[in-house]
Design a protein around this ligand. Structure first.
Ligand code: GTP
Ligand code: MG
Length: 289
């Protein structure tokens, strides 16, 4: 994951640090999508550090960078009590990994002994319902499907109602991919939320935006607009495997103050990790990649 950044930084600091090196470092941070603010702050602090202690080793400098990056990240605070059913709505633009992440989440919660019901509320594409149905079969979890072209809110209502009757712990709602710039589609999400809250108080209890990490800084704009229409509780950052752009996670947390809940690190059902700041920064600056 996050190829090169750690290696390149170490290489840079293996020789005497000068202004030219600091410029190159800033460039590396930009490439890793850490965002302008974080990149500039890091350069400033390394410059200061180096001025005070000119004989620091590359490892020591990297440790300092890690500490600073970690200080900008935080863990999602799990609510002490979950509603039953606990409803999680998954939203995002097209093709960023919503349905796959939802299947991974179902598996993740299943392993914790939770009973899960999937709501196939992507009624826009016929194949989308089928995709989720395959996952539900593989995982052995219930699914409530909508007919092609049906109102997604109606599917959500039916799914939550079914989960209540069947005493399920969790409802995971898959929605159609939508561009954040399409107002009618954003309003459709608002309706889904309204209807969900009618089916169960407080639902959806979580709204997670799935974001493809490889799109870098554009993700911030997407997240902002989704957040305006359907208040997000967190993010799932996908396609971090083999990506050099993990820094987006940092920029998003700093700009939007939204926690990252999970990271997608592959196409398999187990390729989902809980986001942990320290682990994330270690991976970001890992030397071995
Ligand atoms: N490498 C990698 N691929 C992923 C990851 N998550 C999803 N994918 C792949 O991305 C592609 C799209 O995934 P979907 O889950 O169908 O995306 P979606 O957001 O549901 O797509 P729409 O419903 O069309 O908007 C699939 O080929 C997935 O296998 C990930 O973390 N890493
Ligand atoms: Mg999908």
């Amino acid at each position: 994951m996050f190829k090169y950044l750690g290696n390149k930084l170490r290489q840079l600091f293996s020789e005497k640090v000068d202004e030219d090196k600091l410029d190159q470092m800033e460039e590396l941070f930009y490439q890793a999508d850490l965002g302008a603010r974080t990149s500039q702050e890091l350069v400033k602090s390394v410059r200061e550090l180096y001025r005070q202690q000119p004989h620091l080793s590359a490892t020591q400098i990297l440790d300092n960078i890690k500490k600073e990056l970690e200080s900008h990240l935080y863990l999602y605070a799990e609510p002490a009590q979950h509603a039953s059913p606990h409803v999680i709505l998954i939203v995002g633009v097209n093709g960023n990994g919503k349905t796959t992440s939802l299947a991974k989440l179902a598996y993740f919660y299943q392993k914790q002994g939770k009973s899960v019901l999937l709501a196939a509320a992507d009624t826009f594409r016929a194949a989308a319902v089928e995709q989720l149905a395959i996952w539900s079969e593989r995982l052995g979890v219930d699914i409530v499907k909508g007919k092609h072209g049906a109102d997604p809110s109606a599917v959500v209502f039916d799914a939550i109602t079914a989960a209540k009757t069947r005493e399920k712990d969790l409802v995971l709602i898959d929605t159609a991919g939508r561009l954040h710039t399409k107002l009618d589609l954003m309003q459709e999400l608002e309706k889904i939320r309204r209807v969900a809250s009618k089916a169960a108080p407080g639902a959806p209890h979580e709204t997670l935006l799935v974001l493809d990490a490889t799109i870098g800084q554009n993700g911030i704009e997407q997240a902002k607009v989704f957040h305006q229409h359907t208040p997000l509780t967190g993010l799932i950052l996908t396609k971090l495997d083999g990506s050099a752009k993990g820094g987006t996670a940092l920029a998003i947390q700093r700009e939007l103050k939204l926690p990252i809940r999970f990271m997608g690190v592959g196409e398999g059902i187990e390729d989902l990790q809980i986001f942990e700041p320290k682990k994330f920064v270690d991976q970001l600056l890992d030397m071995k990649n």
